[in-house]
Design a protein around this ligand. Structure first.
Ligand code: F0G
Length: 459
């Protein structure tokens, strides 16, 4: 039975019109886009679930903040607001704004990694992996095995496999491990949370071997909400207390503020207490991003960020936010549609392999489902599977992904219950005709991150 939808803890003051094209128009548009969802115009999309990053609706307080942002090159008032909010929430001494998450990665990983060094993570997000490799390092994923089976329901499916972590450190030698990264929530595994117990254990292993621990904090507030509701001993702690404890176990963090800080652009680097290392981060920021007190952002962005950081940890908001995802998941349970379960924080990841068992990985089942969703209801999602993974750089062979997920990433404070019903109805309609859906072949692809630009053709 579907669960009750958690009512919005806000009312709507400004709206953006969206329209649904006719079925014939959608079929024509996706063909013109060469079956690549990234090539569609957003005006041709009815419900846009491509990402929850930067697609959030700001509050009236944030928009008011935009008007009072201080655009000074140096020493701006809005910069100090961000520092105060960041220091208060994360409990770190040093906070550096940057323009988005991957900018934070560039600032910090270029200092921690070089040729011959490794980064080990519960799972690297693709930009994180890219910055590890750009710095000359190699990225190793160290997720728990359970994360790889969509049907296994455990509370903290995003955890690091700490036994394997220890074994990897011993295999490669502690001096060759540049950094250990815990990604919260674990986006690539389906927005799955990581427990405090797991982070604490990872931290102890890192300390024992003298390795730095960095949190990829993109969805830090959602992760804290899951800890409060799923981990023993945290039910009576506030979200802020939980966040403080989580971050106390790490040395640094990178943050894409485009997610849980509910803004359209922004990011942070955090350094707990190492003033010398922070000095190096500031140097990189000036080279790559801009002066320290704006870090690639306008004063108005900084002001909205400072306000959004506090709105994002509000418990009524988080209850509604996670409730939306759980509502969609419960509709899918009723319909027997398999997804990475339990549902994660920022979206539902549909298991396209079980929807289309007749489409092999090299004909891209998750991309096929994303295309069907657009044709069915104007919904834009994306493939997190073999299509996104690409080819082996040495052999040029198509790689086989652990998952074939079609991701429904939910923007914050944007869609209502009726939109969620449409998402579920579209999936149910596709499931009924699943046997007729065909796979795709790639006609053209660029050498890196091909999924953004490739041209496809139905088989
Ligand atoms: N880390 C994680 C876990 C992320 O999910 C993202 C972005 C980044 C880092 C990079 O941040 O985009 O601000 O540079 N994830 C988005 C997504 C793009 O759709 O999942 P960014």
């Amino acid at each position: 039975m579907a669960i009750k939808y958690t009512p919005e803890p806000f009312r709507i003051k400004m709206v953006e019109t969206i329209k649904m094209l006719s079925s014939e128009e959608r079929v024509a548009r996706i063909k013109e886009a060469k079956y690549n969802l990234f090539s569609l115009r957003s005006d041709d999309v009815y419900i846009d679930l491509l990402t929850d990053s930067g697609t959030n609706a700001m509050s009236q307080d944030q928009w008011a903040g935009v008007m009072i942002g201080d655009e000074a090159y140096a020493g701006g008032r809005s910069y100090f607001r961000v520092l105060e909010a960041g220091q208060d929430i994360f409990g770190y001494k040093f906070i550096q704004p940057v323009h988005q998450g991957r900018a934070a990665e560039k600032v910090i990983y270029s200092l921690l990694l070089e040729k011959g060094k490794y980064s080990i993570s519960n799972m690297h997000f693709d930009t994180t992996r890219a910055h590890v490799e750009l710095a000359g390092g190699r990225a190793i994923d160290c997720n728990i095995k359970e994360a790889e089976d969509p049907k296994i329901r455990i509370p903290f499916k995003g955890n690091m496999d700490n036994k394997k972590l220890e074994a990897l450190i011993n295999e490669h030698g502690a001096k060759n491990i540049g950094v250990v990264i815990t990604t919260i929530t674990n986006n690539s595994a389906g927005g799955q949370p990581v427990s405090i117990a797991n982070i604490k254990e990872t931290s102890e292993i890192c300390k024992k071997h003298g390795i730095k621990l960095c949190i990829d904090a993109a969805r830090f507030a959602e992760n804290a909400y899951f800890i409060k509701h799923r981990e023993e001993g945290y039910a009576n702690k506030s979200i802020k207390e939980i966040i403080r404890e989580v971050f106390s176990y790490a040395d640094y963090f990178t943050l894409s503020a485009k997610k849980d800080a509910i803004i359209n652009m922004g990011g942070l680097v955090g350094v707990k207490d190492d003033a010398e290392f922070f000095q190096l981060c500031k140097g990189n920021t000036i080279s790559y991003e801009g002066f320290i007190t704006y870090g690639g952002l306008s004063g108005r962005d900084l002001e909205a960020l400072a306000i959004g950081l506090n709105e994002g940890v509000n418990e009524d908001f988080l209850k509604y936010r996670i409730g939306q995802v759980e509502y969609l998941a419960s509709l899918l349970d009723d319909a027997g549609i398999i997804y990475q379960s339990p549902a994660g924080g920022h979206g539902v990841f549909i298991d396209a392999r079980s929807m289309f068992p007749h489409i092999p990985y090299n004909e891209f089942p998750a991309q096929a489902l994303a295309i069907e969703l657009y044709k069915e209801a104007g919904i834009r999602t994306c493939d997190i599977g073999s299509y996104m993974l690409g080819n082996d750089p040495d052999t040029g062979e198509q790689l086989k992904s652990t998952f074939e997920f079609t991701r429904f990433a939910i923007p914050r404070r944007v869609y209502t219950q009726a939109h969620f019903d449409i998402m579920a109805e579209a999936l149910i309609a596709i499931k009924k005709r699943a046997g007729q859906v065909k796979g795709y072949k790639i006609l053209w692809e660029p050498p890196v991150l091909r999924h953004f630009q490739a041209h496809l053709q139905p088989l």
